[in-house]
Design a protein around this ligand. Structure first.
Ligand code: ADP
Ligand code: MG
Length: 348
């Protein structure tokens, strides 16, 4: 888990910038006929045809968004792609291309970048996206990684945050809170390790939540499933900052309120047991944890029968009129106002 200091090291200066880019990108192949020109010219060329183009970017900074003492570089590369694809799928679009820009200090050898690109490539192969370009530069300190994803959708298929209507059901895929708890476990083990490097952690009880933190998957399967079920969500968003702040985005942009039910929130047993161990409230974690990369969406109540009982989907509440506010109904049947305790970079 923790950084291996005995690897082979090749200084980046041995390759030079062009040699480096060539070396890192040579094993990538293209899947889409819309990719006309990828890495190698001044810019990439995409054939956009008659569809709409969906574009999204995320910037990740060492020490702010990731900690390389427990985040292996291959996982970082994979996750950085997932974060972007998740946004494309949340628009109900198909992801087709990515660009990858990196800034790196000379503390990183070539082998570190090979690991990073191995993760990026695994993500590209698994999710069928083409790496079409990027930029490479040096930084005075640490690593910065910025990925842009480009997708395509028919105009009538794009789903915005703004389409929810009163009486619509609020639905979430998968389960919530795991990624945040995985991070808490990794942070704790890092501190134990710093005190005593001989102490190798036993993480068997936390495999699911650690995987949720280190190797999240974007829910490409959910828009596909909904299409099969003949359900078109009225609004959709991906959960990067926590359920609470995401449902608030939907309500604000749709000019509605909502009522969520505590007892309906989907929690993995490992989330529940780890919350007990850390003495934190599982509902708080589900509402504010973040980084789950599940999809949150609303559907017409007429579509309820089509999704009922599906193991990938949980109905967690419904949309109300705006003047009713945004509330959580607790197990004790009390209504409390939702707060956006999103897990963002500016916190604390
Ligand atoms: P320019 O000087 O015109 O910006 P670069 O030398 O930066 O060109 O890039 C040359 C080619 O390599 C371009 O196609 C660019 O998109 C691609 N590229 C540069 N850096 C990366 C990277 N980190 N990952 C993938 N492709 C890259
Ligand atoms: Mg450049």
């Amino acid at each position: 888990m923790l950084e291996d200091k005995n690897q082979e090291k090749t200084s980046l200066s041995e390759l030079g910038e062009f040699g480096l880019i060539k070396h890192l990108t040579k094993h990538f192949s293209s899947y889409h006929k819309t990719t006309i020109k990828s890495v190698g010219d001044d810019a990439a060329v995409i054939d956009s045809s008659e569809k709409q183009t969906i574009v999204t970017t995320d910037l990740l900074i060492e020490g702010v968004h990731f900690d390389l003492s427990y985040m292996p570089l291959k996982h970082l590369g994979y996750k950085a792609v997932m974060v972007n694809l998740s946004d494309v799928y949340a628009m109900n679009a198909e992801a087709e291309q990515i660009t990858v820009s990196i800034a790196i200090s000379n503390r990183f050898p070539l082998e570190a970048l090979e690991e990073l690109y191995a993760g990026i490539q695994l993500a590209c192969n698994t999710y069928n996206v083409d790496l079409i370009g990027g930029d490479t530069t040096s930084s005075t300190k640490g690593m910065l990684l910025s990925i842009t994803a480009i997708g395509k959708a028919n105009k009538e298929d794009v789903i915005y945050r703004s389409g929810a209507k009163p009486t619509d059901l609020v639905v979430v895929s998968g389960d919530l809170g795991g990624a945040y708890l995985g991070l808490q476990v990794l942070e704790r083990e890092k501190q134990v390790f710093q005190v005593n490097p001989e102490n190798q952690p036993d993480l068997d009880n936390y495999t699911y939540i650690i995987e949720r933190q280190l190797k999240p998957e974007a829910r490409k399967d959910i828009p596909e499933l909904l299409k099969e079920l003949d359900v078109k969500p009225t609004s959709m968003i991906d959960i990067s900052d926590g359920l609470s702040s995401e449902i608030m985005h939907i309500c604000t942009q749709s000019k509605t309120g909502c009522k969520l039910y505590e007892e309906k929130l989907p929690l993995d047993p490992q989330v529940i047991s780890t919350c007990e161990e850390f003495e934190i409230d599982a509902t708080m974690v589900a509402l504010s944890g973040g980084e789950d990369y599940e999809l949150l969406f609303t559907i017409s109540i007429d579509d309820y029968d089509k999704i009922k009982g599906n193991p990938n989907l949980s109905v967690i509440g419904h949309i109300t009129e705006e003047n009713q506010g945004m509330n959580l109904v607790t197990r004790a049947n009390q209504e409390i106002e939702l707060k956006a305790q999103g897990w963002n970079s500016f916190k604390g």
